[in-house]
Design a protein around this ligand. Structure first.
Ligand SMILES: Nc1ncnc2c1ncn2[C@@H]1O[C@H](COP(=O)(O)OP(=O)(O)OP(=O)(O)O)[C@@H](O)[C@H]1O
Ligand SMILES: [Mg+2]
Length: 257
């Protein structure tokens, strides 16, 4: 694979929920543009914690201290800097969670909401963006005739694709997915996996997954974390067929975790 340009980069990042205990330690990780990067590792190793640094989600729960940087390119701005507004960061970095969490609104309003919050009022623009986002999320054909009905009536898999559409509507630079298919059936999972290949043409994706086959199938790059450290990062082919580190090999062959 030809090495791509970086969309983001984690530099010496450490973070803890309390000052005494670092949950992730001195992480360095490049995120290449228009690729999918999978974060794998045993439960509690810090995958979600790392992901939530990218959209400054930790800031929502009180005083937090990040050590190190996450640079977003090409601007080269450190999104963890205390001078950067977390709300600005979340406009550039979208997130989708394990459990689909649509707003208790119509399908249309779920997507239009984020645009309105950003001050967009033009009806034709919002209509186009709703359609475009639903198409990108592979949901348009299933919902185009019922855009103004409740999102709660969609299946779990459809709700998750709606959450992806909602995240895409504001044209983020980065899309964070935290175990996006773990609550879904195999068909909905396959649907979202296929979608990732399309989505990465327009957005750079960082995804936490426990499903190693999913990482091998969908991710261009994979990072293996263990007890707060980033043990190994590389092209997924290399990580899954020829890991350099013994701990990576132990994990992917099911010897622990
Ligand atoms: N809000 C929180 N407050 C305090 N400690 C937390 C909090 N969230 C996570 N932790 C701790 O941080 C460590 C890393 O948790 P994290 O959720 O990042 O792991 P993970 O790799 O995503 O695990 P899983 O695969 O189970 O989702 C764990 O020891 C966890 O107990
Ligand atoms: Mg997690």
């Amino acid at each position: 694979m030809v090495e791509k340009s970086k969309k983001a980069e984690v530099l010496n990042l450490s973070f803890g929920y309390s000052p005494a205990v670092k949950v992730i330690r001195s992480i360095n990780l490049p995120i290449y543009q228009n690729t999918v990067t999978a974060l794998i590792g045993p439960s509690g190793c810090g995958k979600s914690t790392l992901l939530r640094c990218f959209n400054r989600m930790h800031d929502l729960y009180g005083q937090v201290k990040y050590e190190g940087e996450i640079k977003l390119y090409p601007e080269s701005v450190n999104i963890l800097s205390s001078t950067v507004d977390p709300i600005e960061v979340r406009m550039k970095v979208g997130m989708v969670f394990q459990k689909p969490n649509p707003f208790p609104k119509s399908i249309f309003e779920n997507i239009a909401y984020g645009l309105r919050v950003r001050g967009i009022k033009k009806r034709s623009y919002i209509d186009d963006k709703v359609e475009d986002s639903l198409k990108k999320a592979g949901l348009w054909d299933e919902v185009s005739s019922r855009l103004h009905t409740s999102a709660a009536a969609l299946s779990g898999g459809q709700q998750q694709r709606l959450c992806i559409a909602r995240a895409l509507a504001t044209e983020p630079d980065l899309l964070l997915l935290d175990e996006p298919t773990s609550a879904l059936d195999p068909i909905s999972t396959a649907h979202i996996e296929e979608l990732l290949a399309e989505l990465k043409k327009s957005v750079t994706i960082l995804m936490v997954t426990h499903n190693l086959h999913q990482a091998a199938r969908t991710a261009d790059y994979t990072a293996f974390m263990y007890l707060g450290d980033l043990i190994e990062f590389g092209e997924s082919d290399q990580i899954f067929t020829n890991p350099k580190e013994q701990r990576t090999e132990n994990y992917i062959t099911g010897r622990f975790g």
